[in-house]
Design a protein around this ligand. Sequence first.
Ligand code: CP
Length: 300
Amino acid sequence: MLNHLLDIKSLDAGYIEKIVHLVQSFKDGALVADLSHKAVCLLFCENSTRTKLSFEMAAKNLGMKVLNFECSTSSFSKGESLATTVDNLAAMGVNALVMRDRTNGIQAELASKNPKLCVINAGDGNHSHPTQALLDYYTMLEKMGTVEGKKITIVGDIAHSRVARSNIELLSKFGADIHICAPSYFSIEDERVTTHSNLVTAIENADVVMCLRIQRERLENDFSLPVEDYIKGYQVTSKKLKEYAKENVLLMHPGPVNPGYEMSEELFNSPKAKTILEQVTNGVYVRMAILYLLLGKGEE
Ligand code: CP
């Protein structure tokens, strides 16, 4: 049993399958849980729409008390540290902290200092975004039954992406054939994946194409992106999917999508893109399962 959810690396395949089973039970309505005696604080020092609000939705679906911490109006401006802030939240009776921050590993550091508080990583820098990978995996299972042997291609700004890293971590536990595609300035080295700089070979016969946006907020100040070349070489379009990928290829994106960049506007507005909102729906059930598993623990 885990007290915290910090990354995918710490989860074994059996635990992930347990999460998938819980997600299915919540989605089917077969499991109803009452965590009204628990309180969760959402502390997002980086912007978010999907992760923050779906955690709020998930917590409210479980009857939990939800506190929204606003970084801009908090006592951070009076010099209070993050560590002291978290001590204060725990002292108020907060049971779980869902946290996003630009610093890699900050949630793990806080978790080690606050063993009684359940810390859930909602994204740290370019390191990890475990609930996103879990909802992506669940969506793939829902559509394909398994990821084993499936060609799953992640295209875009891999280097700055915690989503790519968490997906690689998770999908490699289940035998997926993982490919990444990016220009050298957005690529990474990882022995578990096949690396491409050419979009055609990357998406050829792909079962899944996952697009990633350019993480402009993480680019070095002096980096000048060759936008037109990037779009020409790496933008995913309906035509390219039709020509090279499998006929029923699953198009995914963690959001937010920047249509006209990583994905053409026409593809974004096509029926193929409907899975992107299905990912969002599944995100609520995944986050219910995580809160239930970490806080409910045999009380139900
Ligand atoms: N996928 C994702 O993390 O989206 P948000 O940044 O809107 O939470």
